[in-house]
Design a protein around this ligand. Sequence first.
Ligand code: ZN
Length: 299
Amino acid sequence: MSDLAPRREANIEYETDEPVLYTVENGVAWVMMNRPRYHNVQNSQMTYALDAAFRRATDDDAVRAIVLGGEGKHFSAGHDIGTPGRDIAASFDRTLLVADHANKPHAEFLYTREHEVYLGMCRRWRDIPKPTIAMVQGACVAGGLMLAWVCDVIVASEDAFFQDPVGRMMGIPGIEYAAHGFELPPRIAKEFILFGERMSAARAEHFGMVNKMVPRDALRATVAEMAAKLVPQNRLGLWLTKQSLNQVEDLRGKRSAMDSIFHMHHFAHAQNDLVSGNALGGVDGRAMAAANKKQAGEA
Ligand code: ZN
């Protein structure tokens, strides 16, 4: 008897062939998520394109700093859990030594996929040997947090907000790259997940999760100015500096904490699947967006 599962039907309609835009200006690579119609929710097409862009920026000796941003009103509204371009069942050439998830049964399917696409890739990007700046406007929700958190510096506009609603909505203890307790004081991190409410850029800056908050129309210029200061610096020195602080976080237990939380995350996915037949507890993008808007007092 085979221990593999039949491949799931994948009706994927990508709205773009360029889910990530890549440009280099004056020694700075600008990596821009480009699904503005869907608030830059991340499908695999996008995460693999992000990985390719980061590889390109790493390989190009002319690039000395990297900016990660999102086209449109929002940085990223999270993982794609409901657009026509949702490609969860599609196979891609992996970046890590992880098997293809697409023909794996039950909990192994999502566990394998998220090992590669979420936890694994985010760790790779956090360890890029060049300094990275996240440029955040509008929504930075759930999977969007992961992308901001892997960057060395976060600059946010005044209208930016940060939120992890997966605990409240799905009964899962936060997103896959579970850095909450390192990005925020533990009690605030608990509040952040337990209530799943929006945290303003001002409050995030207060806790040191955001380095700098600026008016929306000054965001790009501020980030460009900061990145330009890194360009003439010593390449190896920049790499060593970011590694040294990443090392401090890991010595404080970040890596092992995230490993253990990743497994709780998947225990909760499996429980959802057993109880409701859906690993996300029946929540889709539309339901998530409606509940978040209601909670925030929007229409
Ligand atoms: Zn997950």
